[in-house]
Design a protein around this ligand. Structure first.
Ligand SMILES: Nc1ncnc2c1ncn2[C@@H]1O[C@H](COP(=O)(O)OP(=O)(O)OP(=O)(O)O)[C@@H](O)[C@H]1O
Ligand SMILES: [Mg+2]
Length: 105
């Protein structure tokens, strides 16, 4: 049997939104996870917990304020534009409700 490979990982990821009056909303803070090859990985939690925001970071739509998103061990946010275009062919977002916009998934 071959050893499982880490496909996607986050290392201490934080996604912080700057709001009015200098306030900061920490939508995601200190998230570290590993998704292995062949594994189904779910994130559950109450509304506003940061699930969608973390998901957007996993597919390079939301640059983390802190930490790293790793795809097969490489930092996806350090790829060149051309490399990123190539890389994006390897993963897809499947919307739960195709009539809704991804930003509100
Ligand atoms: N671009 C943004 N600017 C400011 N705040 C944001 C932004 N995007 C998300 N948020 C806030 O971040 C928090 C997490 O939102 P997110 O949509 O990730 O939650 P969720 O867990 O997916 O919720 P739901 O279960 O309702 O889909 C919420 O308080 C939301 O209002
Ligand atoms: Mg959501």
């Amino acid at each position: 049997m071959t050893a499982q490979q880490t496909l996607v990982a986050t290392v201490d990821v934080g996604i912080h939104f700057r709001l009015a009056r200098n306030r900061v909303l920490k939508a995601v803070d200190g998230v570290s996870l590993d998704v292995m090859s062949g594994e189904t990985f779910g994130i559950i939690g109450e509304s506003g917990l940061g699930k969608t925001t973390l998901g957007r970071a996993l597919v390079c739509l939301e640059k983390p304020s802190a930490g790293q998103v790793l795809h097969r061990g490489s930092d996806s946010y350090k790829l060149s534009r051309r490399q990123l275009q190539q890389h994006r062919r390897e993963y897809h977002v499947v919307l739960q409700d195709p009539m809704r916009r991804w930003t509100h998934a």
